[in-house]
Design a protein around this ligand. Structure first.
Ligand code: COA
Length: 259
């Protein structure tokens, strides 16, 4: 697959998707959104990919929706744009393969929303986060109001949403918006190391954990536990469960096959 607004590289079972419009701080126009959807579909479908890193070229992760096209849209077009972006971002969130956002710089507006659609967020010390849409007369349109509340709680989310300010990586870590902050030179290697340790585990179990964690913010705990028990039961019949338990008892490293 050939992309024009991003790069897609695979090494050691990790796909790295890099949004590549550095002169516009990787702002999300319709082409970027469309290609992000194609790229996560490619990563999800390829057998040689077990996990994904999403990052940005240059000094930004993604500085938001491309503001240049926003004012010309009719309400119907703007609504369709938001829904289309939401569908693409949900593909990252629902990926059965772990996705880590490696936030190298500005993650504002749609960029913060994109990072929040990933399963984990690692920031460099240059990471900057915010939902400044109110300054443009807008609300976030790519799931930001919903995911932010879940990630940092309603009070902190509303402070970010209503002030529209920008917080640094240390503050993002303090409020639980990012998992870790590391020096810029170690950003990608940290994300790779984390993914590598995840990929040593059973793929179906990884997919199960992601699905159940996603379910936790959509359904209640009782229903979630029914789902959890069902997944626990199904995985109990998997080859990888037999391999994992046998390897433990035989004091050896398991060889998981994803079956
Ligand atoms: N949409 C379109 N273009 C954008 C953009 C966006 N969201 N964010 C940055 N750019 C463009 C700038 O217009 C500029 O292009 P130009 O060189 O052709 O003029 C280029 O990226 C560099 O940005 P610039 O503003 O010069 O960099 P800066 O370091 O002074 O400021 C930001 C960086 C991120 C603080 C500033 O660009 C900004 O506030 N961006 C908008 C953030 C936002 O509101 N996002 C939410 C959108 S819903």
């Amino acid at each position: 697959m050939t992309y024009t607004t991003l790069t897609f590289d695979v090494a050691d079972r990790i796909a790295t998707i890099t949004v590549n419009r550095p002169d516009k701080l990787n702002a999300l126009n319709a082409d970027v959104i469309r290609e992000l959807g194609l790229a996560i579909d490619e990563a999800r479908s390829r057998d040689d990919v077990g996990g994904v890193i999403l990052t940005g070229a240059g000094r930004a992760f993604v500085a938001g929706a491309d503001i240049s096209g926003l004012a010309a849209r009719t309400p119907v077009q703007a609504h369709a744009l938001a829904r289309a972006g939401q569908v693409v971002f949900s593909k990252f969130e629902s990926s059965p393969k772990p996705v880590i956002a490696a936030v190298n710089g500005f993650a504002l507006g749609g960029g913060c929303e994109l990072a929040m659609s990933c399963h984990l967020r690692i920031a460099s010390e240059f990471g900057k986060f915010g939902q400044p849409e109110v300054k443009l007369g807008l609300v976030p349109g790519y799931g930001g109001t919903q995911r932010l509340v879940h990630l940092v709680g309603k009070g902190r989310a509303l402070e970010l949403l209503l002030v529209g300010g920008i917080i640094d990586a240390a503050e993002a870590y303090r409020i639980g918006l990012v998992n870790r902050v590391v020096p810029a030179a170690e950003l990608i290697s940290t994300a790779r190391a984390l993914l590598t340790s995840m990929l040593a585990n059973a793929p179906l179990a990884l997919a199960g954990c992601i699905e159940l964690a996603n379910a936790a913010w959509e359904i209640g705990p009782a229903e979630g536990q029914v789902m959890e028990a069902a997944r626990f039961g199904v995985l109990g019949a998997s080859s990888d469960m037999r391999e994992g338990t046998a390897a433990f008892l035989e004091k050896r490293t398991p060889n998981f096959t994803g079956a």
